[in-house]
Ligand binder design. Structure first.
Ligand code: PLP
Length: 358
């Protein structure tokens, strides 16, 4: 039987990054615990490579349609990319984004390394206008936690016209719902801690690019800085990646049903949902107090930061001092898991009904 030349995403998630089908080879790439390798080969030392990283990178790279590099965390990936920007360069970035990425930009700006221009990524005209003289256009789409969506093709075109690189943080959409490299972005970034690994037990970052030169520069920087992942972490993330499509399908279906019900509840002032994915942000009518009550009183929903795990979790984002002041005090970011949606709703409804006295 002849092999199809390219597989569909669900098949790539399951089949890629595996050892060859040969007698007595394991089906999965084993965890290689090695700080050093016998001299004379291509790797030599544990900071330069590891077969378990390679298996993970092959799988995620195929899903994103580029060459992938794994990092110690999402923020290690962000830092490695931002380090490429020249002195005093202009960087266009989202006004709402993961606050750790915004903190890195603010820190670099405060130290005179770059000039950050913050934009609403959903306002395409504003973003394209800001591209002039930029060296880097950093996008997150959808944004965390405001869930704004960027229209990538016109923004990428304007950025390239201005001679800027485009980076897209694809953590919320995953390569199953959005493939920025296919829309001509230069680099895709992931907090693989989230949906990719999917079980709230791993910290890991990754990037992918189609540009071989950029790949080489970024690999060199990762290896030089030592922002490298652990073998066990990449193994766990690859194991998680095997079920990404199944997890996401279920979590997204749950999220869409919850959006319908939340929109009808009197305790909820606003539901933000981009129409896809498993993250919902709700703004509660009675503000921070009501949001805190909700996140503390449910039994099934876990009050926790982070997102993208199989279990449903949520938090009031403004409990973090670093969160932008334009995020409403009563906004609760909900990461919808793969439980039975009726149990998820029942758990929420008890507290929401209490808030409205119904
Ligand atoms: C969109 C986004 N990008 C990057 C990060 C940072 O990733 P990590 O926590 O793996 O360092 C996060 C973490 O929450 C995130 O939500």
């Amino acid at each position: 039987m002849s092999e199809p030349r390219t597989y569909r995403p669900a098949t790539i998630a399951v089949a890629s990054g595996r050892p060859p089908h040969e007698p007595d080879r394991p089906l999965n790439e084993p965890i290689t615990m090695a700080s050093t390798y016998v001299a004379g080969g291509e790797v030599e030392y544990g900071r330069y490579g590891n077969p378990t990283w390679t298996a993970f990178e092959n799988a995620l790279g195929q899903l994103e349609g580029g060459r992938c590099l794994a990092f110690a965390s999402g923020l290690a990936t962000v830092a490695t990319i931002l380090d490429l920007v020249g002195q005093d360069a202009k960087v266009v970035a989202p006004r709402h984004a993961y606050n750790g990425s915004l903190l890195q930009l603010a820190d670099l700006e405060a130290r005179g390394r770059l000039r950050a221009v913050l934009v609403d990524v959903a306002d395409t005209d504003a973003v394209t206008a800001a591209c002039e003289d930029a060296a880097l256009v950093w996008l997150e789409s959808p944004t965390n936690p405001a869930l704004e969506v960027a229209d990538l093709p016109p923004i990428v075109a304007a950025a390239h016209e201005a001679g800027a690189f485009v980076v897209v943080d694809n953590t919320f959409a995953t390569p199953l719902l959005q493939q920025p490299l296919a829309q001509d972005a230069d680099i895709v970034v992931h907090s693989a801690t989230k949906f990719i690994a999917g079980h709230s037990d791993v910290l890991l970052g990754a990037l992918a690019t189609r540009d071989d030169e950029l790949y080489a520069v970024l690999k060199k920087r990762r290896d030089m800085i030592g922002a490298v992942p652990g073998a066990f972490e990449t193994w766990l993330a690859l194991r998680g990646l095997r079920t990404l499509h199944v997890r996401l399908e279920r979590a997204q279906a749950n999220a869409q049903e919850l959006v319908r019900r939340l929109e009808r509840h009197a305790a909820v002032a606003e539901v933000r949902y981009p129409g896809f994915g498993a993250i919902i942000s709700v703004v509660l009518d009675q503000g921070a107090l009501a949001a805190d009550l909700l996140t503390h009183k449910t039994r099934l929903w876990v009050h926790a930061t982070s997102l993208g795990g199989v279990e449903s979790s949520f938090e009031r984002r403004r409990r973090w001092k670093a969160e932008p002041a334009t995020i409403p005090e009563g906004l609760v970011r909900m990461s919808v898991g793969i439980e039975d949606v009726e149990d998820l709703w029942d758990d929420l409804a008890v507290v929401l009904d209490e808030l409205t006295g119904s």
